[in-house]
Design a protein. Structure first.
Length: 104
């Protein structure tokens, strides 16, 4: 069984047991997270698609960790102008383990 959920403006295909990296959630490690914005549910034979969301489906997960991703280097350069700028950025994320997909 798998589902497509929406979180942080992005869509994720999840199954029970998967660990996904989401945009940072304000949750502590070990906290239970409920995803109620479910777009699609499939059990392998039959798929149910919402228009746009399914109201009777809930995806439950547990927060594994909050951390920062690898650094992304931004380098700007204009030739013949002596212009060089280097910037870095580390995006924060929350890792969530999907426990179950509940269909009411």
């Amino acid at each position: 069984m798998h589902a497509v959920i929406k979180s942080g403006g992005k869509q994720y295909k999840v199954s029970p047991g998967d660990v996904i990296r989401l945009e940072r959630l304000e949750k502590e490690p070990g906290a239970v997270v409920e995803f109620d914005q479910v777009l699609l549910v499939s059990d392998g034979r039959k798929a149910t698609v919402g228009s746009p969301l399914l109201s009777d489906v809930l995806v439950l997960g547990t927060v594994v960790e909050e951390a920062k991703a690898k650094k992304v280097i931004i380098f700007k350069f204009k030739r013949k102008k002596q212009y060089k700028v280097t910037r870095g950025h580390r995006q924060t994320f929350t890792a969530v383990r999907i426990n179950e997909i509940k269909v009411k």
